[in-house]
Write a protein that binds this ligand. Structure first.
Ligand SMILES: NC(=O)c1ccc[n+]([C@@H]2O[C@H](COP(=O)([O-])OP(=O)(O)OC[C@H]3O[C@@H](n4cnc5c(N)ncnc54)[C@H](O)[C@@H]3O)[C@@H](O)[C@H]2O)c1
Ligand SMILES: N[C@H](CO)Cc1c[nH]c[nH+]1
Ligand SMILES: [Zn+2]
Length: 440
């Protein structure tokens, strides 16, 4: 069975080009084709609104809808059917996610930068947020919580949830239950790039969102990126594409646990990528055998096998070199299955770190309380994991008194004239000459 798992790559034997190729994400190899298709989908929705949405849903989700929107009654009827165990699990995960995110309230700042010159930093909730909840290969009610809990905590006025419809044109009871629990205002059954287009442009039935959040496949991610680049387009959270996991393992790693973690992300989709980096050949070989053994009994064996075909098992010369490889890859999820995980956790750029042998990556996917919407494709080098602050916009306020203006004006006028912007200089001077009670 190990013939379905790639062989071990020895980092020291690879040149720069081969190393780059080894760490390349699978979804990016089809970039041009995906971009072209997504551009076309965006255009159709921009030009034709709901008509295009219904047509594209029939084409890509193979279901004919009468309207993209679910009524409140439909959502409640679906939610009422949720299984009791699932309902309890959603309630319990929601509590942890709420606790961790409630502690992230951004704080206002007020500083007198000079006498009579006050600068403030304030936070206001983004009014309308679009929440994309994946549902192509697996329906993800957990993502409703990851997006909906911080949106509610921030106080966003309108939360528009989009998720692909099932064969009956419905959303699952669990998704509907979670949506009601976090106070989503509009529930829309749309998936893929067309869902993002609807949120970006707004249609007769789907409200336009100021910012679009959420993970998705390569089509969803491309649509978010393209729509946000348009003039006046929505903001987006980050490129949160196909799931990734990189495990750094030393001699203390349990092969069966490392393999289980790698499979947990491989089963998301064929373009998910999982990587194991270790200075121990024995560990790499044992995990390779475990992957094949555990894969054989997985219900989503075909999906996981396709992702595993592009997985990476990398032998490094030392733990230090493993850290360098991991940092260069900048994974969405980083699992540290080593003796001293805390010593490594700050040295590798990653969306979320799973520190130690007893911390399964799946814990963070559902219930530890951290957010599972995370940057992929190496975006963790600069992008952050989703947090409460992402649901606010930050703005500044400055208030200048007469004394402040007198002190500030020479600086403003000198810099304005240096830049050749006379009107700027005069906008300060005109006030200076008319300060009430002084020069009036
Ligand atoms: N990075 C993160 O934070 C994070 C979190 C959760 C999930 N994920 C990832 O999200 C992804 C979800 O992907 P998914 O496919 O299961 O669901 P999805 O909801 O993202 O995409 C499904 C939609 O894609 C569209 N689509 C499918 N094939 C298409 C085609 N050939 N052309 C145009 N559109 C097409 C369809 O409209 C369908 O509704 C997974 O890769 C998972 O790993 C990432
Ligand atoms: N691993 C995904 C983030 O990449 C999140 C998720 C949802 N459900 C299961 N897993
Ligand atoms: Zn997952």
């Amino acid at each position: 069975m190990t013939d379905r798992i790639p062989p071990i790559s020895v980092w020291a034997e690879l040149d720069t080009q081969a190393r780059r190729e080894l760490l390349r994400r699978p979804a990016q190899s089809a970039d041009a084709e995906i971009t072209a298709r997504v551009r076309d989908i965006l255009r159709q929705v921009r030009e034709e609104g709901d008509r295009a949405l219904l047509r594209l849903t029939a084409q890509y989700d193979r279901v004919q809808l009468d309207s993209p929107l679910l009524s409140r009654e439909q959502v409640e009827t679906q939610a009422a059917q949720v299984d009791r165990t699932v309902r309890r699990a959603i309630d319990s995960a929601q509590r942890n996610i709420h606790a961790f995110h409630a502690a992230q309230q951004p704080q206002p700042v007020s500083v007198d930068t000079a006498p009579g010159v006050r600068c403030e930093l304030r936070w206001a909730p983004i009014r309308t947020v679009g929440l994309y909840v994946p549902g192509g290969s697996a329906v993800l009610p957990s993502t409703v919580l990851m997006l909906g809990v911080p949106a509610a905590l921030a106080g966003c006025e309108r939360t528009v949830l989009c998720s692909p419809p099932d064969a009956q044109g419905m959303l699952s009871p669990a998704v509907c239950y979670a949506a009601l629990k976090v106070g989503v205002t509009d529930v829309v059954r749309l998936g893929g790039a067309q869902a993002v287009a609807a949120l970006a442009y707004g249609t007769a039935s789907v409200p336009r969102a100021d910012k679009i959040f959420g993970p998705g496949n390569a089509y969803v991610t491309a649509a978010k990126t393209l729509a946000s680049a348009e003039a006046g387009g929505p903001a987006i959270d980050m490129p949160a594409g196909p799931s990734e996991l990189l495990v750094v393992a030393d001699a203390s790693a349990q092969a069966a646990w490392a393999a289980a973690d790698l499979l947990s992300q491989a089963e998301h989709g064929p373009d998910s990528q999982v990587v194991l980096v270790s200075p121990e050949r024995r560990v790499l070989e044992a995990v390779r055998r475990e992957l094949a053994r555990q894969l054989a009994t997985l219900p989503r064996q075909d999906t996981a096998a396709r992702a595993l075909a592009r997985s990476r098992l990398i032998l490094t010369a030392s733990l230090d070199e493993a850290v360098q490889v991991a940092d260069e890859y900048a994974p969405e999820h980083l699992s540290l299955q080593v003796t001293d995980p805390q010593a490594l956790s700050g040295r590798i750029r990653a969306g979320s770190v799973f520190a130690g042998h007893l911390t399964p990556e799946a814990g963070g996917d559902y219930a530890t309380g951290t957010n599972h919407v995370l940057p992929t494709y190496g975006a963790a080098r600069a992008f952050s994991s989703l947090g409460l602050a992402d649901f606010y916009r930050r703005y500044t306020v400055q208030t200048v008194t007469a004394a402040g203006l007198e002190a500030l004006a020479p600086t403003v006028t000198a810099l304005a004239r240096e830049e050749g912007l006379e009107a700027h200089a005069r906008a300060a001077e005109v006030r200076l000459n008319h300060i009430p009670g002084e020069n009036a």
